[in-house]
Design a protein around this ligand. Structure first.
Ligand SMILES: [Zn+2]
Length: 424
């Protein structure tokens, strides 16, 4: 049994105790009695969050930066070409090793659920095999959900549809797609139809790279919402990126958002990647390119932020820190009100959990005893400081621990020292 005393929750409640027993949250509330034999952690009013969730990642490409060369132009299309050069050289051992290394980083950062796309446009399906193996290995610590992702286009790339189906047969969880990369807008729409029908047949979720361009006339999200509704897939379908929405006509967006809401389509923005890859064809003014996050949220659409890439052909930086992602999302979307900043914290926790459909996620009685104690007093401060993860707890067990840092966080009357230790 683990007892965490005096925490602050992301919703602002303070003085909350949490009791974990047999892997689940048994009690949560103020002034709880400490059961005999429980390990007690004094949280001293600091923030206790459910684990971070990355709703959009590419674990098959991660930590491959510089292999076989770096992306000179920094564009999405060179990134895709570069990944194509790297693919024939991939080995299963190297894929597994890099993915496991990334999972170590993730756990240390309290990131305990990741939806990763895995490229199925390689007849050997090496990456699929590798990540299915990694998923099993890391399962005690981290929920890894896999998306069958036809990087080169399910219609454009020969054999991609058959490979995608094989990947699903092998145990990949979610149907992916990339309609804006198909040869024509018509092919893109057709790919959305085929893939949504495949998901409906198999009872799976859908998550497509959708309209990841600056083209104001890209319309695949409309098609995705249409087929979601037609096939009864409400709540199970996600449009990732949706960057073209940044550039769309405002009148058209005013029609589109209610359609997305009606279809229960989720949206994922990838702030670090969108702000670096979009607007590359612009001189000045230069578009930001990230999708319309506050407007989507105001329309009642669930929006999460994804990390997308860490040190790969598309992005040379990143660290598995979802607070870095939230901070960038906040800036790019100019979500600077108190309420909006808190929403950015939700976008890397609860909103992502909804998209993945995680069972037992959250800080309520009966949920898995999975949580992160942060060296911050609230969610906004956590984003500001990219706060140290003092403790990462999975199923009631402490699986990672960091010493507190001397930082901009100064608790009133209680300066933080570098050797601040958790009292037992
Ligand atoms: Zn992606």
């Amino acid at each position: 049994m683990l007892f965490v005393r005096n925490t602050t929750l992301p919703d602002g409640r303070t003085g909350i105790d949490v009791l974990a027993d047999s892997g689940r949250i048994k009690a949560i509330g103020p002034n709880l009695p400490v059961p005999e034999g429980a390990e007690v952690i004094e949280a001293q009013g600091l923030l206790l969050s459910p684990p971070f969730v990355d709703a959009h990642f590419h674990m098959d490409a991660t930590l491959s930066y510089g292999l076989p060369r770096v992306n000179a132009s920094g564009t999405l299309l060179e990134g895709i070409a570069l990944w194509g050069e790297l693919k024939p050289q991939l080995t299963q051992e190297a894929l597994v090793e890099r993915a496991l290394q990334y999972c170590d980083w993730a756990v240390a950062k309290g990131l305990l659920a990741i939806r990763s796309h895995v490229d199925v446009c390689d007849d050997r399906l090496l990456a699929v095999e590798a990540l299915l193996h990694v998923k099993q290995v890391v399962a005690p610590w981290l929920d890894l959900q896999l998306v069958a992702f036809p990087q080169d286009g399910v219609l454009r790339s020969p054999g991609a549809l058959a490979n995608l189906k094989r990947a699903l047969d092998m145990g990949v969880d979610v149907v992916g797609g990339i309609p804006h990369f198909e040869r024509t807008m018509t092919d893109g729409a057709e790919s959305v139809r085929i893939l949504c029908e495949l998901a409906a047949e198999r009872g799976l979720r859908v998550d497509m790279h959708c309209d990841e361009s600056d083209d104001p006339l890209s319309r695949h999200i409309e098609t995705l919402a249409f087929h979601t509704q037609r096939l009864g897939l409400q709540g199970r379908v996600t449009g990732s990126h949706l960057t073209s929405m940044h550039s769309m006509d405002n009148y058209y967006v005013s029609k589109l958002l209610p359609l997305m809401r009606e279809a229960g389509v989720h949206a994922i923005a990838n702030p670090l990647i969108n702000i670096t890859l979009q607007g590359r064809h612009d001189s000045y003014p230069k578009r930001r390119g990230m999708t319309r996050v506050p407007e989507l949220m105001a329309a009642g659409i669930n929006v999460a932020f994804g990390h997308d890439c860490v040190m790969d052909p598309w992005y040379s930086l990143g660290s598995g820190d979802m607070l870095e992602v939230a901070q960038m999302g906040l800036h790019v979307a100019q979500m600077t009100s108190q309420a909006q900043m808190r929403t950015c914290f939700d976008a890397v926790t609860v909103n992502g959990a909804k998209i993945l459909g995680l069972e037992g996620y959250g800080l309520e009685v009966g949920c898995h005893a999975d949580f992160v104690l942060l060296q911050a007093r609230d969610a906004i401060e956590a984003i500001r400081l990219r706060a140290t993860r003092l403790l990462v707890v999975r199923r009631g067990e402490v699986i990672a621990r960091s010493p507190a840092t001397a930082s901009a966080l100064q608790l009133p009357g209680r300066p933080v020292s570098v050797d601040w230790a958790l009292r037992r």
